[in-house]
Write a protein that binds this ligand. Structure first.
Ligand SMILES: Nc1ncnc2c1ncn2[C@@H]1O[C@H](COP(=O)(O)OP(=O)(O)OP(=O)(O)O)[C@@H](O)[C@H]1O
Ligand SMILES: [Mg+2]
Length: 308
């Protein structure tokens, strides 16, 4: 797979001496949506700011589309659009003017048609002449995205794009980001909403205390670490798990009225038929069955807590 961003041996110690990133190796593939997940203070923004050339690395080599982000800053930065975590823009400025201005900052010639395209892509064309201060916060975020896209970058960083955005707007935003990917933009987003990574990402990276602890295809991750649970509602409560069922990983719940069977999603359906037969043989009747699958959130919580 071709690398759009390549990070090797990246370490960052802030002036305070605080070690924010430790020996990070990471490759982002051309055309993917990569979600970087991690708790507050894990180092997500630091990593993004270093790749964007805003913060200097202490050690390591970072290439963006083949350009060294430190030595060849201008070339690297021109490939990158960044929507920072903290919104900052001139509130008195009008939407279209501010987006056009951003394009100019990267030395691109004015291009009214392109600016229109970008504003339409983020559903802000109708607001093109509105002052930014008059927009809702979801719209302001989209202005930031339009600004980041104004110079036609191939790589887009979205640092917490939907923090504080309501569910409906978040869905709009996801659709928009997917549209950008379809147009060939490589997207890296950070998020606290695991639902967002689950919904959007092709691959997921988990960062904790300045270290990347896992990078995986989302589907593989869910398959590898996902668990399924089968909840069996019993007709008569049990006081203990019968010895005949001892070889199954079962737990008794609901005051003895429920048997909970946990298994890996890898061995899809493994053992259920046998378990139900055993229940029957042991004369344990049940009235209902429910199955559930762990979400990326469950996986994430167990990954991060396992290392705490
Ligand atoms: N300029 C700075 N000087 C010193 N320490 C800093 C600086 N910027 C960030 N840090 C520290 O580096 C660590 C990582 O911060 P960073 O902002 O990268 O985390 P994050 O994963 O983006 O968190 P959040 O989810 O809250 O946005 C934190 O402990 C933070 O306090
Ligand atoms: Mg951050």
């Amino acid at each position: 797979m071709e690398s759009m961003i390549s990070v090797k041996g990246l370490t960052k110690a802030y002036a305070s001496g605080f070690q924010a990133l430790r020996n990070i190796d990471l490759d982002i593939h051309r055309g993917e949506i990569f979600a970087l997940l991690g708790p507050n203070g894990a180092g997500k923004t630091t990593l993004i700011n270093i790749i964007c050339g805003i913060v200097r690395p202490t050690a390591g080599i970072i290439l963006a589309d083949g350009h060294d982000v430190v030595r060849d800053f201008r070339a690297a930065r021109s490939r990158i659009g960044l929507v920072p975590q903290e919104l900052s823009t001139d509130m008195f400025e009008k939407v279209r003017a501010t987006v056009s201005f951003s394009r100019g900052l990267f030395g691109q010639p004015p291009d009214a048609a392109r600016i229109e395209q970008v504003l339409r892509a983020v559903s802000l064309w109708d607001q093109r002449d509105a002052k930014i201060m008059t927009l809702s916060s979801g719209m302001k975020r989209r202005v930031m995205i339009a600004k980041a896209l104004a110079h036609d970058p191939d790589i887009l960083f979205l640092d917490e794009p939907t923090a504080g955005v309501d569910v409906e707007l978040r869905r709009d935003m996801w659709a928009m980001v997917r549209g950008l990917r379809a147009s060939g933009v490589t997207i890296i987003l950070t998020t606290h909403y695991i639902e967002e990574a689950e919904e959007m990402a092709d691959r997921v990276g988990v960062i904790s205390k300045g270290e990347i602890i896992l990078v995986e295809e989302k589907a593989t991750l869910m398959r590898k670490l996902g668990k399924k649970q089968l909840r069996i509602q019993l007709l008569t409560p049990l006081s203990a798990i019968p010895t005949a069922l001892a070889r199954y990983p079962l737990e008794l719940g609901g005051n003895g009225c429920e048997l909970v069977y946990t298994f890996d999603t890898q061995g899809e359906g493994s053992g259920i038929a046998g378990l139900l037969r055993q229940l029957n043989d042991a004369g344990i009747g049940f009235r209902d069955l429910h199955s559930s699958e762990s979400s990326l959130e469950d996986i994430f919580v167990s990954l991060v807590s396992a290392r705490a």
